[in-house]
Design a protein around this ligand. Structure first.
Ligand code: ATP
Ligand code: ZN
Ligand code: MG
Length: 302
């Protein structure tokens, strides 16, 4: 049995994660949630003075906005759409018939106006664009959402439905790159304060296909994405527990987000992978929270 399977099995055995029969789709115990809640309070305490506007969207977004975002160009393999039965009684009868004989009953489902949110910040950009120009000083937003990515895995740190806490900054190039650097420094400090060993490295998104390789190389060469890495299921391949993305003016241009002087906004987002951070804590300090170092418990629960 490899290390990965055994960590997932131990999480199931202790009940911290609850098996649903689908890889990457888990329930969480009260204890697991308590760790996430404590860490989110640390995030609040760290970023709380910045005056970010908090917004919470459900884990589904407007399909039209999703289409505009270009997600299907870059990450078609990860997307999840919501389909529903939209037929009449006759269609219903053939649906039940189909299920009865074990045929694929999902074929007749039709796309709804909703897709699953792939990253917490996606619903924000069209929302802000609709408001008109940003006020002087730009915009700073605080988001959290369950996100869906179709990447089933036995690695407990790679789930299909997981939570991302994000801060998004909209402003000049200098504003948003400063914002990103500030959170890289804060992220390292926060992880150290809870006894986690971290490294920051340049990264890229998993753009689809051959053209995607070029996009990924470009993203790396321009230092557009950094990750904060913590060993969870592997020491040689540590897991990204935070991401720091600079979009240049790409999202500003795509969505029509403008600064008070009319120029196109630059944007950056920093994301905390909440399940991954909890898993890093359980992996590093043990599955029994009562046994965690006093310093770590104090940082999380005071
Ligand atoms: P990875 O390289 O591990 O796939 P990513 O680059 O896809 O991560 P982002 O798209 O930047 O990650 O997402 C922001 C944060 O969300 C990540 O830093 C990570 O902590 C978390 N995250 C991403 N994918 C998953 C997943 N499948 N399960 C749990 N957390 C995830
Ligand atoms: Zn984002
Ligand atoms: Mg990924």
């Amino acid at each position: 049995m490899d290390m990965q399977t055994s960590f997932l099995d131990r999480l199931f055995e202790t009940g911290l994660l609850i098996d649903t029969g689908v890889d990457g789709l888990y329930g969480r115990s009260g204890q697991f949630e308590d760790v996430i809640a404590a860490f989110e309070r640390m995030i609040d305490a760290t970023g709380g003075g910045d005056g970010a506007e908090a917004m919470r969207f459900p884990p589904g977004m407007n399909r039209a906005f999703f289409e505009t975002s270009g997600y299907m160009k870059s990450f078609p393999q990860l997307a999840g759409t919501v389909h529903s039965f939209c037929g009449n009684e006759l269609d219903h009868m053939s649906l039940l018939q189909c299920m009865e004989v074990g045929d694929d009953w999902t074929k007749g489902q039709e796309a709804t106006e909703i897709v699953l949110t792939p990253a917490a910040c996606y619903p924000l950009y069209p929302t802000i664009a609709k408001r008109g120009r940003l006020p002087k000083g730009g915009g700073l937003f605080d988001l959290q959402s369950y996100c869906f990515r179709h990447e089933p895995s036995k690695d407990p740190a790679r789930q299909q439905l997981f939570r991302m806490r994000e801060y998004v900054c909209m402003g000049t190039e200098a504003d948003v790159t400063d914002f990103r650097q500030t959170w890289m420094d804060r992220g390292v400090e926060m992880m150290k304060s809870v006894g986690l060993e971290v490294a920051i490295d340049v990264a890229n998104d998993p753009f689809f296909g051959r053209a995607g390789k070029m996009l990924a190389n470009n993203q790396r060469d321009q230092n557009l994405k950094f990750e904060l890495l913590i060993p969870i299921t592997s020491v040689s391949k540590p897991t990204a527990c935070m991401s720091f993305n600079y979009h240049q003016d790409a999202f500003g241009a795509k969505w029509g987000i403008h600064l008070d002087d009319g120029s196109v906004a630059h944007t950056a987002c920093v994301g905390f992978g909440l399940e991954r951070i909890a898993l890093a804590l359980f992996h590093t300090h043990g599955l029994d929270v009562k046994e965690w170092p006093a310093k770590v418990r104090k940082a999380l629960w005071g």
